[in-house]
Structure formats: structure tokens, C-alpha cells
Design a binder for this molecule. Structure first.
Ligand code: G3P
Ligand code: CA
Length: 253
């Protein structure tokens, strides 16, 4: 069965997350899809940013939602990661869609905010202008319900918060959401979990592959492939691809 390798925030192990450089790296490395995080600027532009503030991933400070698009664009989003990326800019959704240009599907995670309804109303026309394949994901069930209302034709993925939900519990919570994918944490899933979810009609793609050491990362990747998951997000999509390719030949265990 094929396994979808999804570059997490772009290929964020190699380039500053959620920037054009990370997206280009993901394409260069042959990721099957790219995952990214959506927030709204003060003036209503959709920007790719994981954190609620710009402090960690730029040379600026403050809440994303309190900065205008022009203010966000003036920030350096690369030097924190590596001085070689100095000058890399914060990326907006429209720019990401143009950069990817339908080459791979996008997984758009809507981050929690009181402004989710506004973000969804901006997302609708932006996606109408592209023929890129898109999946909407969120940890927040309310956000998924709103997404289904605003964008009924798009597939939805529920990011299951950590806490050892059994497959039965996850399925029971997912039913009213109308999602197609269940996304458990990589370390909280096993083959039985995957099988139960798949038999209930869900694709299972994991998040949260740990990256503290290469050995730990590869172990988690091998585990997911062996569990029969249908995909995962990874900071190092090329490593995940290698693990998928090699898995058929690796000894069991
Ligand atoms: O793949 C989903 C993953 O991106 C969710 O966690 O915190 O990296 O957005 P986070
Ligand atoms: Ca994310």
C-alpha cells in the first residue's frame, strides 16, 4: 500500500519552516504533499505561521493577528534557522499556492483563533482561484465543523490531540465532524489502532514524528509504516521516503 510522505511546514528540517525555501526543499526532495499552518494577519491576509506570535521564527515580536501583512513581510523569517537563510520572508497563502502550482497536494492546518470564521471566509476565494488539491486539518473540532460549512467539497483531517485516545474513542468523536482522515500522534498508534480506523472508513496519517535524534526519528517512521498508516508529516521527508522504500526489506521487529 502506498504511504504519503508529507513535508511538515515544508521540509522544515532543512529550511526555515513555512517559508518559500522550505516549500522548495520539499518539492526538490520529492515529498508527496506539503503541510503548513494558517493564521490571519491584522488586515485579513492568510499567512503561513505555526506559532501565535512571530517571536520564534522571525526577527520580530508580537502576535501574528496584531501585525499587518506589510509588517509581517518586513520580517526576516530565515536567519533564526541558519544565517544562510537571512532575507527569507514570511510566506502568504497566495504565494505558497503559486509556488507549488498544483505539483503536490497541500494540507492546510487552521490554527486555533477567535478569527477562524474570518480566516475561512478569506480561504474560500483563495482556493477558488487555484486548482491545487487541498486537505483542511485542525486539532479543534469546532474549526472542522466550520470548515465543513464554508468549504463543503474539501476533505477534512482531524489532528487528534495527544492523550492516548483509543481508535474507538477517536472514531466516536470524528463521526459528527464529517472528516475523512484521522491523524493520531506517531507515538500513540499501533497496527490495531490503524486497522480499526481503516475498517471504519478513515485514512490514518500520523503527526509528531520525534526528531530528538536520528535513531528515534527513524524508529518512529518504521513503526508507522509497519502499522499500515497511510501517511505522515515529517520534517525530513527524504528520510521518511527512504524508510518507506526500505521497509519492505527490513527485518521485522
Ligand atoms: O501534521 C500535523 C502537525 O503539523 C500538527 O502539529 O504543532 O506541528 O502544527 P504542529
Ligand atoms: Ca501544523
Amino acid at each position: 500500500m502506498s504511504f504519503q510522505v508529507i513535508a511538515h511546514r515544508g521540509a522544515s528540517g532543512y529550511a526555515p519552516e513555512n517559508t518559500a525555501a522550505a516549500f522548495r526543499a520539499a518539492l526538490t526532495l520529492g515529498a508527496d504533499a506539503i503541510e503548513t499552518d494558517l493564521r490571519l494577519s491584522k488586515d485579513g491576509r492568510i499567512v503561513l505561521m505555526h506559532d501565535a506570535t512571530v517571536d520564534r521564527t522571525t526577527d520580530g515580536s508580537g502576535r501574528v493577528e496584531e501585525l499587518t501583512a506589510a509588517e509581517l513581510k518586513s520580517l526576516d523569517a530565515g536567519a533564526w534557522f541558519d544565517p544562510a537563510y537571512r532575507g527569507e520572508r514570511v510566506l502568504f497563502l497566495e504565494e505558497a499556492l503559486a509556488l507549488v502550482d498544483r505539483r503536490v497536494p497541500l494540507v492546510l492546518e487552521i490554527k486555533e483563533s477567535a478569527r477562524v470564521p474570518h480566516l475561512l471566509s478569506e480561504l474560500k476565494p483563495a482556493l477558488r482561484r487555484t486548482s491545487s488539491s487541498v486537505v483542511i486539518s485542525s486539532f479543534a473540532q469546532q474549526t472542522l465543523l466550520l470548515a465543513r460549512e464554508h468549504l463543503p467539497s474539501l476533505p477534512l483531517a482531524w489532528l487528534i490531540p495527544r492523550g492516548r485516545f483509543t481508535a474507538a474513542e477517536a472514531i466516536a468523536q470524528a463521526r459528527p465532524l464529517g472528516v475523512q482522515q484521522l491523524c493520531p500522534h506517531a507515538l500513540e498508534v499501533d497496527a490495531q489502532w490503524v486497522r480499526t480506523a481503516q475498517e471504519a472508513g478513515y485514512a490514518v496519517r500520523a503527526w509528531g514524528i520525534p526528531g530528538h535524534s536520528p535513531a528515534e526519528m527513524v524508529r518512529a517512521m518504521r513503526h508507522l509504516v509497519r502499522c499500515g498508516a497511510s501517511g505522515a508529516t515529517a520534517d525530513f521527508p527524504d528520510v521518511l521516503r527512504s524508510v518507506v522504500t526500505l521497509s519492505a526489506n527490513l527485518p521485522a521487529g
